[in-house]
Write a protein that binds this ligand. Structure first.
Ligand code: BTN
Length: 274
């Protein structure tokens, strides 16, 4: 393994030390290998409370992405973790949560000095047009006034070529963004942002995060195509998002609203206004 890929192991003690007083919010477990940190957290949720439980791993054997896709990691070179949150709201009050989590992740990276990370709707982390990380938000144990949320985050820290080749979309890592810190420090930074983000989201929903999200949208005001299940369903200009995180697309037939799907950039055609 080239020297540049040797990274210090994730260390729960270092995460706790970096978190300082905020550490009391979390119980942190680091696993050398696991099927999926999110799957494990869901299993734990079936047995007991998971609020504040953080499951992190050096590698996943069955990492999961959005839309049933798999999530490829670089053993020792990816940040892979899931956080349990008992949201004090009904499951139906969570639209936009994954976008708010995306803002928290960007703020954490910015706090570490990694500027210019962006978001692609709904919640891909992007650096220089390539995917830097992803967020998977799932719910379990719905109750009338609360629900358990499993927030899974994967960030590419140092990818080898084999890991890059295993992913069909263009990917990048934090090394390309000029960052060479430890994953323990990175996990602490993301958890530090997530705590206040989740508290505020529970009180006010997505609205207070909307401007920060739009300021970081990689495709803002760009011509895009929106896909669902591999099929193009609309094309237009990405102009805005709603207070519930829905994408607003300016199309030839007017503004259309989308709550799910995948975005790709549409090459601008000659003569078409930018
Ligand atoms: C996406 O498709 O962009 C979301 C990817 C989420 C990956 C993370 S890695 C940690 C957690 N465990 C998983 O199995 N998935 C999430």
């Amino acid at each position: 393994m080239p020297a540049s890929f040797v990274s210090s192991p994730l260390d729960a003690g270092r995460v706790v030390a970096s978190l300082g007083p905020l550490a009391s919010r979390y119980r942190i477990e680091v696993h050398p290998a696991i099927d999926s940190t999110s799957t494990e957290l869901k299993r734990r949720g079936a047995a007991g409370p998971i609020d504040g439980l953080v499951i992190a791993a050096e590698t996943q054997t069955a990492g999961r992405g959005r839309h049933g896709r798999s999530w490829v990691d670089q053993p020792g070179g990816s940040l892979l973790f899931s956080l349990g949150w008992q949201a004090p709201v009904a499951a139906g009050s969570l639209p936009g949560l994954s976008l708010a989590v995306g803002v928290a992740a960007c703020l954490a990276l910015e706090r570490l000095g990694i500027a210019r990370t962006q978001l692609k709707w709904p919640n891909d982390l992007i650096f220089r047009h390539c995917k830097l990380g992803g967020i998977l938000v799932e719910t379990v144990n719905p109750r009338p006034d609360s629900v358990d949320v499993v927030i899974g985050i994967g960030i590419n820290v140092r990818l080898e070529d084999a890991a890059r080749d295993a992913v069909s979309a263009p990917v990048t890592d934090l090394q390309a963004a000029g960052w060479s810190g430890s994953r323990s420090e990175l996990l602490a930074a993301v958890l530090s942002e997530l705590g206040p983000t989740l508290e505020r989201f529970a009180r006010e929903g997505f609205h207070p995060f909307r401007a920060a999200w739009l300021a970081r949208h990689a495709f803002q005001h760009r011509n895009v195509t929106i896909w669902s299940s591999g099929r193009e369903i609309a094309a237009g200009r990405a102009t805005n998002i709603d207070d519930d995180g829905a994408l607003l697309l300016e199309t030839p037939t007017g503004i259309r609203r989308f709550v799910s799907g995948e975005l790709t950039l549409r090459p601008d055609r000659a003569g078409e206004p930018g």
